[in-house]
Design a protein around this ligand. Structure first.
Ligand code: TXA
Ligand code: MG
Length: 324
C-alpha cells in the first residue's frame, strides 16, 4: 500500500529523505504538477522512475535544484541563462543547458544528451531538494502518456500500486507543467509552453523566443514530429466546440454555455470569469473528472491562446491527438 503523508506534518520531510536516500522514488508536490522524484545522480533511483511511469528511457528527465549554486555544479550558465534563473526561479521555468564535465547528473537522467533540463521548484519540493543536497530527477508523477497529476489523489489513482510514498501538498498552484526553454549565449528556443508565459520571458530578456516546430513530449523526443497520445484521457476530446452533443461532457471557458448542453453528462467551467491562471489550475483535474463521467466524448470550448493560454491549448491539442 502506498503511504500518503501531508507536507504539513513535521515528520514528513525526514520520512521522504529516508526513502530518497535508499534510492527509491517519492511523489512530491510542486507548484506546476506532482513530480515523481528520485536521486538524479543514482542510476538505480533513476531507473525506478522510468519503471514506475512506464516511460521510454530515451526521454530525459528534469533535474530539480534548490538553488542556483546546485545547478551550477552540473550545468553551464550563460549570462542569459543566469538572468532567466534570477527572474523566474523558484518557479515554473525549465532551462536546457550544457552539461559540465564535472557534473554528477547521471546520463540515464539526461538520456545521454549533452544537455540537462534544470528547474528550481517552489515550496516544499525546494525544501526537500535542499535537505537531500543533490538534484532530484522528477518527471510528472503519472503513467507515461496520461494526464499529469495536480492532486495527491491523482497520483494515487495512477501510480498507487507502483510507488511507496506520496507527499500530499494539496492542489498545485499553477496546474500545467513548466515552460521549457533551450538557452544558448544569445538565443532562446521554446521546447514546451508552460507555466511561465512566453511574453514574460521576452519582456525580461528583450529577446524574441523562437518557437520550434517540434515540441518534446513524454513519449517522443529524439524522433520528433509524432504527436503521440499524450496528456490523454480515455475519452475522445473535441476542441473549440461551440455546440454540445447528447451524452458528452462539457468543459466551458469564461462562463459561456455551449449550445444544446441539456442532454450532456456533466458541465464544468475552466474559469467562469475567464481567468487563464484559474483555467490552467483546473485543466487536468477537469479532464480527469470529465473522463470519469463515462461520457461519449468531451467537448471543450475555445480557450484564448495568449499568455498561459498557449500552454493550455498545447495540452488540449495533445490530449485530443489521435492515438493507437
Ligand atoms: O513542471 C514540470 O516541468 C514538471 C514538474 C514535476 O517539475 N515536470 C515535468 O517533467 O513535466 P516531464 O518529464 O513530464 O517533462 C519533461 C520534458 C520532457 O518532454 C523531456 O523530453 C524534456 O522535458 N527534456 C528533459 N531533458 C531535456 C533535454 N536535455 N533537452 C530537451 N528536452 C528535455
Ligand atoms: Mg509529463
Amino acid at each position: 500500500m502506498v503511504r500518503i503523508l501531508s507536507i504539513s506534518d513535521p515528520g514528513t520531510l525526514g520520512a521522504a529523505l529516508d526513502v530518497l536516500r535508499r534510492g527509491e522514488p517519492v511523489a512530491m508536490p510542486t507548484e506546476t504538477v506532482y513530480g515523481l522524484a528520485a536521486d538524479a545522480t543514482n542510476p538505480t533511483a533513476i531507473t525506478s522512475i522510468y519503471e514506475a511511469k512506464g516511460r521510454p528511457r530515451f526521454n530525459p528527465l528534469i533535474a530539480h535544484v534548490s538553488d542556483i549554486e546546485m545547478a551550477k555544479a552540473h550545468v553551464s550558465f550563460s549570462p542569459l541563462a543566469e538572468r532567466l534563473a534570477e527572474a523566474f526561479w523558484p518557479g515554473p521555468l525549465t532551462l536546457v543547458l550544457p552539461l559540465k564535465d564535472t557534473g554528477k547528473i547521471h546520463p540515464l537522467a539526461t538520456a545521454g544528451l549533452g544537455t540537462a533540463a534544470v528547474r528550481m521548484p517552489e515550496g516544499f519540493a525546494r525544501d526537500l531538494i535542499a535537505g537531500f543536497g543533490q538534484p532530484l530527477a522528477a518527471p510528472s508523477a503519472n503513467r507515461s502518456g496520461r494526464v499529469s497529476p495536480t492532486t495527491a489523489q491523482h497520483v494515487a489513482d495512477d501510480l498507487g500500486d507502483r510507488i511507496g510514498l506520496i507527499l500530499d501538498g494539496g492542489r498545485c498552484r499553477v496546474g500545467v507543467e513548466s515552460t521549457i526553454l533551450a538557452v544558448t549565449d544569445t538565443h532562446l528556443r521554446l521546447l514546451r509552453p508552460g507555466g511561465v508565459p512566453v511574453d514574460m520571458i521576452e519582456e525580461i530578456t528583450g529577446l524574441a523566443v523562437e518557437r520550434s516546430t517540434v515540441q518534446p513530449d513524454d513519449d517522443e523526443i529524439i524522433a520528433p514530429g509524432m504527436l503521440t497520445s499524450h496528456y490523454a484521457p480515455d475519452t475522445a476530446l473535441r476542441l473549440n466546440a461551440t455546440e454540445a452533443r447528447p451524452g458528452e461532457a462539457v468543459i466551458r471557458f469564461g462562463g459561456v454555455p455551449l449550445k444544446s448542453e441539456d442532454q450532456t453528462k456533466a458541465v464544468m467551467d475552466l474559469s467562469p470569469s475567464g481567468d487563464l491562471r484559474e483555467a490552467a489550475a483546473n485543466l487536468f483535474d477537469m479532464l480527469k473528472r470529465a473522463d470519469a463521467t463515462g461520457a461519449s466524448g468531451i467537448a471543450v470550448a475555445p480557450v484564448p491562446g495568449h499568455g498561459l493560454g498557449e500552454a493550455i491549448n498545447d495540452r488540449l491539442k495533445r490530449a485530443a491527438a489521435p492515438r493507437d
